[in-house]
Design a protein around this ligand. Structure first.
Ligand code: AMP
Ligand code: MG
Length: 512
């Protein structure tokens, strides 16, 4: 009950009323604060989106509106598709393409930059948080390197759905506000139509954003960039004398934990180049990603990755390699004496594997429904994974089914009920009994750790096929379904079943 005499309650009421009022920002009133542009043009190039033909809404994501304080009714704004295709300038926006470089498949490419993404600026939401708004696929920029600056509908649907799927799985990621289709012909292996995804993130700054100035020996440009990352995403570090070292420590922790989370849901990024690694620990730049179907630790989701550099089981190692590139690029920030800077970087990097292993073990214990820690847990997990591999069993489905295991009746889920797993189940049963595990409560816990619904390639493929015929219902169904990946959704039960045979033949390459 509200007590009118209580000044604290009155203040709180006033604040919430105030937020309700400013909650409702219209498209032409977005609260732009161009902090990235304020860094100066050494860090980016101002650009103009190109006109596209017949822009139309494929999907709008209401759950992302709040991030920029956008009134949900604005989704019906007649100019919506024009604003978010780049055809009409969004009031207050100052489009720019960010400069960066990166290690691509292990090799330094000295200049990249946003070749088809344009940042419209930062918008301050009702909680005083800044979010970048970025159009991806809105035409060429000075960094397009003879490419067309466009993205096809197929790859845009994949990015749009996957970034939201990852968010709702609890994995840090860029978000997606909307997906606009257009009728322009885009030339890839075949002629396709284009689309523009509007991405939102607290920052799109990448490891490569620092590398570009390191390799150009423009060390004086590093501090302002790092200061911006720190101010926006690690504000408690601002006044620390060793703030850059602390940020490095944070990003090592965040990246290690991020990749452990990828491993736990069976996510393969596909192109873990340093220009696709976020300086604040988000999953970003969804290209030829994939979720594991049948468990194969060497699974390569990117058809163009012939060496398997970015295979599922390589991701943790690549995370460490990429962080070493970042640490090298910011050496000038760590200490004025080169040797001491190297010592600081090396010391910080030592924390990567402990951070990764701790998070990995925590997540996999949860996947098995374990509460306590025991030394043999790692082996129990690895043996289960080996079994999935040798039996070519589905990764997501198996873990979800494991939740149905009954300790008392020793009832095994049908899918996992094969003689070769008997010994493993004996150990699992003993392990559960040792912590007095209750089946019903364990099932609830396990369902929160083992998603039922993930963005499998074949689901995405079906949505893409329909969308290419101008039927966007499946894109929107998947968006809805993937908002609650851990909950049973009886009306969508089919989407949580094993993939069909034809899913094995889907191949995803860098072409997008
Ligand atoms: P990615 O690996 O997809 O993140 O892209 C690597 C680099 O190529 C980035 O600098 C992109 O901006 C650029 N790029 C990819 N596709 C295109 C395109 N169609 N037009 C212009 N630049 C592109
Ligand atoms: Mg990229």
């Amino acid at each position: 009950m509200l007590n009118d005499d209580n000044p604290h309650q009155r203040k709180r009421l006033f604040i919430s009323l105030f937020f309700c009022m400013i909650d409702n920002m219209k498209l032409n009133q977005l609260n732009f604060d161009h902090q990235f542009a304020a860094l100066g043009e050494q860090y980016f190039s101002f650009v103009s989106p190109s006109q596209c033909e017949q822009p139309h809404i494929v999907s709008v994501n209401p759950s992302a509106c709040n991030l920029i304080g956008l009134d949900i009714s604005e989704l019906d704004h007649p100019e919506f598709a024009h604003y978010f295709s780049g055809n009409s300038p969004l009031p207050g926006a100052k489009p720019l393409a960010m400069l960066y470089c990166g290690h691509q498949f292990g090799h330094l490419v000295s200049q990249l930059g946003d070749g088809r993404a344009m940042m419209l600026g930062q918008v301050r939401n009702q909680n005083e948080e800044l979010f970048d708004i970025q159009l991806k696929g809105a035409g060429p920029t000075p960094y397009s390197r003879n490419a067309d600056g466009r993205a096809v509908l197929r790859s845009s649907i994949r990015e749009y759905l996957c970034s939201e799927a990852m968010h709702h799985l609890g994995i840090p990621t860029t978000r997606a506000l909307c997906l606009i289709g257009c009728s322009d012909e885009i030339y890839r292996e075949q002629i396709e139509t284009g689309a523009i995804v509007t991405r939102l993130a607290q920052s799109h700054i990448r490891f490569g954003s620092f590398e570009v100035f390191f390799y150009r020996e423009q060390f004086d440009l590093l501090p302002a960039l790092a200061d911006q990352v720190i101010a926006h995403s690690f504000p408690t570090l601002i006044n620390e004398p060793n703030k850059y070292e602390l940020w490095l420590q944070h990003i090592i922790q965040l990246t290690a934990k991020l990749i452990a989370k990828w491993q736990a849901v069976g996510f393969c990024h596909g192109v873990m180049n340093t220009d696709n690694m976020s300086a604040i620990g988000l999953t970003m730049d969804y290209g030829p990603f994939g979720f594991l179907d049948a468990f194969d630790p060497k699974h390569i989701c990117n058809h163009s990755d012939h060496q398997g550099r970015y295979a599922y089981n390589q991701q943790p190692e690549i995370g460490s390699w990429n962080l070493t590139c970042l640490a090298q690029a910011i050496l000038p920030l760590l200490h004025e004496e080169a040797e001491q800077a190297v010592d600081i970087a090396q010391n910080a990097l030592k924390d990567y594997w402990p951070a990764f292993n701790t998070e990995y073990q925590r997540l996999f214990r949860a996947k098995l429904g374990l509460i306590t820690k025991q030394e043999t847990d790692g082996k129990l997990v690895q043996d289960f994974l080996s079994f999935l591999h040798s039996g070519q069993l589905d990764y997501t489905y198996s873990f979800r089914q494991l939740g149905n295991y009954q300790t008392n009746g020793q009832q095994k889920p049908n899918y996992l009920n094969t003689p070769s797993l008997n010994k493993w189940f004996e150990r699992y049963q003993q392990r559960l009994v040792s912590e007095n595990s209750q089946d019903d409560q364990r099932k609830i816990r396990m369902d929160k750790a083992n998603p039922k619904y993930i963005l499998r390639n074949h689901l995405c493929e079906s949505a893409i096929k329909k969308a290419q015929q101008n039927d966007f219902t499946e894109v929107n169904t998947l968006l809805k379904l993937l908002t609650n990946p851990y909950d049973e959704q009886p009306e969508f039960d089919d989407y949580g079943q094993l993939p069909p045979e034809w899913a094995r033949d889907i191949s995803v390459s860098c072409s997008s």
